[in-house]
Design a protein around this ligand. Structure first.
Ligand code: HEM
Length: 488
């Protein structure tokens, strides 16, 4: 008989050595990855273990900021902290009083350009790199000019009205709806018909392929393990997911070709008519419009529905205004402008559940000093700087009782407008803020007129709004069931 123990005797020490070496290298790589780089070591850093635990349990970005990052900064009296995210350490600016310098950063798009995200992240495989969101310098100016002109036309209120009616038809006589999903369908059709010139038919068609495929891909991209350690994408590549992303991008190529053959009056046709835009640039911008244009607005609408569901008196007060000003008429821009209380409710919802918790990092092309309320912070050249919008919106220096839903704070004279930042600020602030605000105002007014709504008993959102994890740091209420009753 063959004696295997003889072989084991020889192999074992080697095997043990290999295992020990692998473990040692693995530990070294992890420790190196999680250790704050020495050029940032002088800045206050949020403790890594609670951060990792927060990522591991899939905590939403806004909860991490409100529960961990902001309290840490407040306790230490800091306006700037260093945070580990997406495989690296980045500087978060939490304090809008550092505004003079932040303004310098956000206004100076040449010196403080948007950071090119680390290679290999599947998220950017989907979005692409040659688009207005990530471009810098001359390329950004060219894209931005075209995007801004495309968005500068009339606000498509009639389309928003007709899509609201379509949504209400689907809601029939009311009942319990997972409203975040319905609103996602509404905003997808809104951006589809008005900006991209394509009817995704998401409101009516439950099997709309774009909705299905996009949902699957985004859920996989949001896998917490890959969000904490993006390098896993290199070590354990998700080939199947990469294939799904590529197939989704091909769908956009097909749409683009259709649009070239059959131009419309939409914003995308306008972009395609510019010969200076390459094919890749057009497609990547189409993906940006698709994602930036519907996820953010859906999250904002769902937050508004949620806060009004939890605050029935405020819902009633907003309804009184809508009935008085709008009545049975169709909303127009002029009518919507005459509803200050409704606008205050929306502003407050976008403050409390800030749709984009923080913006794309800017890379410091030179060393600079950032002046906070009581301290200055030396920022080294090459550092990643992030404006943390949620932190500003929850800062008690600017907002009394920041956790309270209080639309009244926006009525009359107030000096908070400069700290209301859902659309960011500076030349790269959202070019579609007017479009998005009217989309929200239209649906909100019509919903208040036609429906009353409440949270079901035992809703997981009873205590606070719960967002799902998002690789774009968006606040997207998740599984938000709401009971709707049609008004007579
Ligand atoms: C409530 C809805 C929305 C919110 C809260 C929002 C918020 C923002 C924010 C904060 C930025 C700045 C990002 C940064 O600097 O890193 C931004 C940029 C942008 N948004 Fe929006 N957005 C909304 C809706 C839309 C819609 C509907 C569209 C398109 C139809 C859109 C298109 C864009 C584009 C193209 C940029 C890039 C601008 C640039 O870098 O020059 N957004 N948005």
């Amino acid at each position: 008989m063959f004696d295997t123990s003889v072989i084991l005797q020889f192999c074992k020490p080697d095997l043990v050595r290999v295992v020990v070496l692998t473990l040692a290298i693995g530990t070294w790589v992890i420790v190196k990855q999680l250790t704050i780089p020495k050029e940032l070591a002088h800045l206050p850093s949020v403790p890594i273990l609670p951060l990792l635990w927060s990522y591991a349990k899939g905590e939403a970005e806004n909860e991490r900021i409100e529960r961990l990052i902001l309290p840490f900064a407040n306790q230490k009296g800091e306006g700037v902290v260093v945070v580990y995210a997406l495989g690296r350490w980045m500087i978060h600016v939490l304090d809008w009083k550092a505004r003079v310098m932040v303004k310098e950063v956000l206004d100076n798009t040449e010196e403080f350009s948007k950071e090119v995200p680390p290679d290999g992240l599947l998220l950017w495989r989907l979005v692409g790199y040659s688009n207005v969101i990530l471009a810098n310098g001359e390329q950004w100016k060219r894209h931005s000019q075209i995007v801004k002109s495309a968005l500068s036309g009339r606000v498509p209120i009639e389309e928003f009205v007709s899509l609201s009616n379509k949504l209400f038809k689907r809601m029939a006589n009311g009942g319990r709806f997972t409203i975040d999903q319905l609103l996602m369908r509404f905003t997808l059709d809104a951006v589809g018909t008005t900006a991209l010139g394509h009817d995704f038919d998401a409101i009516e068609d439950d099997n709309s392929p774009f909705v299905r495929e996009y949902g699957t891909v985004m859920e996989a991209i949001s896998n917490p393990l890959y969000l904490i350690f993006p390098r896993l994408e290199k070590w354990a590549p998700r080939l199947q997911l990469a294939k799904q992303i590529d197939s989704l991008r091909v769908k956009f190529d097909v749409l683009m070709e259709e649009k070239r053959e059959k131009p419309g009056k939409d914003m995308f046709t306008f972009m395609l008519e510019h010969p200076e835009m390459t094919n890749d640039e057009c497609r990547d911008n189409m993906v940006v419009f698709f994602i930036a244009g519907h996820d953010t607005a859906a999250g904002s609408l769902a937050s508004m529905v949620y806060y009004l569901a939890r605050n029935s008196k405020i819902q009633e007060k907003a309804r009184e205004e809508v009935m008085r000003v709008l009545g049975c008429k169709e909303p127009t821009q002029e009518i919507l402008r005459s509803m200050p209380y409704l606008l205050a409710c929306i502003r407050e919802a976008l403050r409390l559940n800030t749709p984009i918790t923080y913006i794309v990092p800017r890379s410091a092309s030179r060393a600079l000093d950032l002046h906070g309320v009581s301290k200055s912070y030396a920022i080294p050249e090459g550092a990643s700087l992030i404006m943390n919008l949620t932190a500003v919106h929850h800062n008690s220096t600017y907002y009394t009782e920041p956790e309270k839903f209080n639309p009244d704070r926006w009525l009359g004279k107030n000096d908070m407008s400069s700290t209301w930042l859902p659309f960011a600020s500076g030349p790269r602030q959202c070019p579609a803020r007017n479009f998005a605000m009217y989309e929200i105002r239209t649906l909100a007014a019509m919903m208040l007129r036609d429906w009353e709504w409440t949270l079901p008993p035992y809703s997981p959102h009873q205590e606070r709004i719960r967002n799902g994890p998002s690789p774009f740091a968006l606040s997207l209420p998740k599984d938000l069931d709401v009971d709707f009753v049609r008004r007579k």
